[in-house]
Design a binder for this molecule. Structure first.
Ligand SMILES: Nc1ncnc2c1ncn2[C@@H]1O[C@H](COP(=O)(O)OP(=O)(O)OP(=O)(O)O)[C@@H](O)[C@H]1O
Ligand SMILES: [Mg+2]
Length: 267
């Protein structure tokens, strides 16, 4: 999570999911962003059902899940052990479409119920969220139990964290059982020892609640863009690259911090 755009939420969700999958844990990745970053890289054609249909109540989550080991998914490549509920641009019109097609449907409840139903089949359910306060983002705040803030060492990204944390607090005040923040992931860190980066990392750390410390940083590297262009997570595209090792370490830290199994995290 982070209400600021371009701070590596999607990159972290996709690469963390792949790294967890490589370690043998079963992951369901849910794309809750209308800009479809976690979906498009996988080559998913726009005809597939996804979060839009699930939230609209038009499809069950089982029907909308693309399975990594489904041999009939011709052009779709999913990392080992990672299933995907895809997203499409239409997610943008969800609220208007609900009023028109099914005004009694409750998209948050519907999505929450569907996730609860399939969660026992996975070790992690990870959502990639948009940098906004649209219905799917707010749904994630209400449904998921654990949150990881993605951040880059820049002042605006820190402000995005404050906005997201304020929303989580508001969810709690509304007596909706909201999730807990479980840590921050600093991404695109270009030289961890530079003075400016050190200050910004300390700012992010200071802005997080005391119990949710930072995970190890993910350094900036051109391999991230290259892997993205190739439609693969870094761990598949360049398994021996330092950045792949950093995401593998992040996966270990997440497993350790979340004390394993049958839980959820949202980005
Ligand atoms: N460690 C990294 N090194 C280099 N480039 C990176 C790294 N992490 C992310 N990027 C690049 O930064 C850009 C933004 O990342 P990403 O799309 O993951 O951000 P986001 O927070 O999901 O954005 P949005 O809010 O728009 O959904 C992408 O082009 C991505 O390739
Ligand atoms: Mg994104």
């Amino acid at each position: 999570m982070n209400q600021k755009g371009g701070v590596s939420k999607t990159t972290t969700a996709v690469n963390l999911a792949a790294a967890l999958g490589q370690k043998g844990t079963r992951v369901l990745l849910i794309d809750l962003d209308k800009s479809t970053g976690a979906t498009s890289a996988r080559g998913v054609p726009p005809t597939y059902e996804g979060t839009y249909e699930v939230m609209l109540g038009a499809a069950g989550i089982d029907e909308a899940t693309l399975r990594w080991d489904d041999e009939e998914l011709d052009d779709v490549t999913l990392p080992k052990n990672v299933d995907l509920v895809s997203s499409r641009r239409v997610l943008e019109g969800l609220e208007a479409d609900l009023r028109e097609k099914n005004k009694f449907a409750d998209p948050v409840m519907t999505l929450g119920r569907e996730i609860e139903r399939v969660a026992p089949g996975y070790d992690f359910v990870i959502a990639d969220t948009a940098p906004d306060v649209s219905c799917p983002t707010l749904a994630s705040y209400q449904i998921f139990r654990w949150f990881i803030v993605a951040a880059v060492p820049q002042r605006l990204a820190v402000e995005g964290i404050d906005a997201a944390l304020a929303d989580l607090t508001a969810v709690k005040q509304a007596r909706i059982p909201a999730g807990e923040l479980r840590g921050g992931c600093m991404c695109m860190v270009d030289g961890i020892r530079t003075r400016l980066n050190k200050i910004e990392i300390e700012n992010v750390q200071a802005g997080l609640p005391w119990e949710a410390g930072l995970f190890s940083v993910i350094e900036k590297s051109t391999v991230v863009g290259e892997a993205q262009n190739a439609g693969q997570p870094v761990g598949v595209y360049a398994p021996k690259h330092k950045i792949a090792a950093l995401w593998a370490r992040l996966a270990d830290e997440v497993i350790e911090r979340l004390k394993l199994r049958k839980r959820s995290a949202a980005f």
